[in-house]
Design a protein around this ligand. Structure first.
Ligand code: DX5
Ligand code: ZN
Length: 221
């Protein structure tokens, strides 16, 4: 069985009770906490920063925290998120003037590094730096908001990304973010993804365990 990971996005959680919400999804079987950071500059929405990641660590969350930076510029926040307890830090190449340098900063800070490709950004555009990455994240919606519909052409991009990752011979996670549900997760996995972000498909459900189990059942088929 492949090593599939489910990463609920806190964007869809109840922020007034964030610690408990994160505890609840982990208890329900989630593997990774997907932490969406938006700056009302790179994307037209505003969320949370390193203080909140730190608060989750202080609350006792020990699961990997996958910090998805939708901010511009990128570099200033890397050290702060590393200090706050980030496990992965991913960023959009369009948001960094020097992508290689940003990757090196993340690694030097002791975190795993990833790049995030918007729907219109080609997989080929990051091929040169791919071997340096721990994760490649493909956006299957335009970043900024939860609850959007999965863009179908992402399936083809996932196949390209899977082939590019396999060609490196390294273990690089292939994550998908946006519009993932129990109805499409199987097709997404078959196209090559191994890490699945899901916000509304988990947090909008009354029972998180049922929502995550429904996804895992599809992955086990
Ligand atoms: C969008 C965020 C996603 C989002 C996913 O910019 O990066 O992580 O929260 O939400 P759903 O699963 O509802 O599409
Ligand atoms: Zn995200």
């Amino acid at each position: 069985m492949q090593d599939f990971k489910i990463a609920p996005s806190i964007l869809a959680a109840d922020f007034a009770r964030l610690g408990q919400e994160v505890d609840d999804v982990l208890e329900a079987g989630a593997d990774i906490v997907h932490f969406d950071v938006m700056d009302n500059h790179y994307v037209p929405n505003l969320t949370v920063g390193p203080m909140v990641a730190k608060a989750l660590r202080n609350y006792g969350i020990t699961a990997p925290i996958d910090v998805h930076l939708m901010v511009e510029p990128v570099d200033d926040l890397i050290g702060m998120f590393a200090d706050a307890g980030a496990t992965y830090i991913t960023f959009h190449p369009e948001a960094s003037r020097h992508v290689d340098r940003s990757i090196q900063l993340i690694k030097a800070a002791g975190c795993k590094a990833g790049l995030v490709l918007n729907p219109a950004t080609e997989v080929d555009s990051i091929k040169t730096v791919l071997p340096q990455l721990d994760m490649l994240l493909l956006m299957s919606v335009n970043p900024g908001f939860g609850g959007q519909k999965f863009i179908p052409y992402t399936i083809d991009k996932l196949r390209q990304a899977r082939a590019a990752i396999d060609a490196t011979g390294q273990s690089i996670r292939l994550e998908i973010d946006g519009g993932v549900t129990a109805d499409n997760i199987r097709e997404i996995a078959e196209a090559g993804a191994d890490t699945f972000v899901a916000g509304s498909a988990i947090f909008s459900k009354p029972n998180y365990k049922d929502a995550i189990t429904a996804m895992r059942e599809q992955l086990a088929l």
